[in-house]
Design a protein around this ligand. Sequence first.
Ligand code: BEZ
Length: 367
Amino acid sequence: MENGGSRQATMAELQEVQITEEKPLLPGQTPEVAKTHSVETPYGSVTFTVYGTPKPKRPAILTYHDVGLNYKSCFQPLFQFGDMQEIIQNFVRVHVDAPGMEEGAPVFPLGYQYPSLDQLADMIPCILQYLNFSSVIGIGVGAGAYVLSRYALSHPDTVEGLVLINIDPNAKGWMDWAAHKLTGLTSSIAEMILGHLFSQEELSGNSELIQKYRNIITHAPNLANIELYWNSYNNRRDLNFERGGDVTLKCPVMLVVGDQAPHEDAVVECNSKLDPTQTSFLKMADSGGQPQLTQPGKLTEAFKYFLQGMGYMASSCMTRLSRSRTASLTSAASIDGNRSRSRTLSQSSESGTLPSGPPGHTMEVSC
Ligand code: BEZ
């Protein structure tokens, strides 16, 4: 348990730092205050930022970002997307920064033992206890998707739903390690992480987005910390999902991956291992490796359907466009706040056809 000098913290020792941030406003929006907190956990301190106020009888939305990013660089384009506002105004949001990834984080001392992904997952109960939140809907990308899945496996009663983007639930095999070592001989850490985040096609296309993220990562003052998170990701254990087995996600899950994204095969395999009545799979066209950055509109629409399937969004909240797209479909969505029994949401983005599932429980997101 000893980790970088950290030790078991009592609640009385939890520390709080409050920073009020400026958040650019969208037309017609009222300002929302973001508060950043830090709490001590058995594995060191963790920082998270809370937007909005808790809504009675609703879970918090909790996000966990991927390697090379922090909550802002990973999720800001999605959470500040126009159509997303009508969704998130109904939820308090908790955006976790993995240790050492928060803005202005000092570089960890040499020899600091960075938490494993399992230990990062074990920090989440400290955050929820501090905030007095009892349940969450998680949105995680890459390493963050793994962390949230691990948390959901150990605390299934507190996770109402999961949106997992680019999840790879498998530990690296020896072939992956060999490839990783070879790449490491010729590439910098920053380039390796960029190769994890984006497709080769995107990287060679060198769009403005790629230039921006290459610049952020290459010049990150906390690059040494990022490398530690990267190492933890590469040393992850197998999540051992097993369809019909004991190790499985019990809540509704929306798996998302860009077509031709680096993790496409891993997400497809993950889909095959999860409970099909609880899992929807969204392969997004034209989205590259980071759909939440490149296709916030499509992801917002899919997220809205996902929440509807859980009974959290009244169909009257759907945009006219969304309603017309689903006009021929029936939906399991129920009245806002009155959660439906069915939690199944199936989506197909590629062929436009709908996967099999119980009638009345199927929705489509056209991508
Ligand atoms: C939010 O409103 O939850 C949010 C705003 C900015 C960045 C990330 C999230």
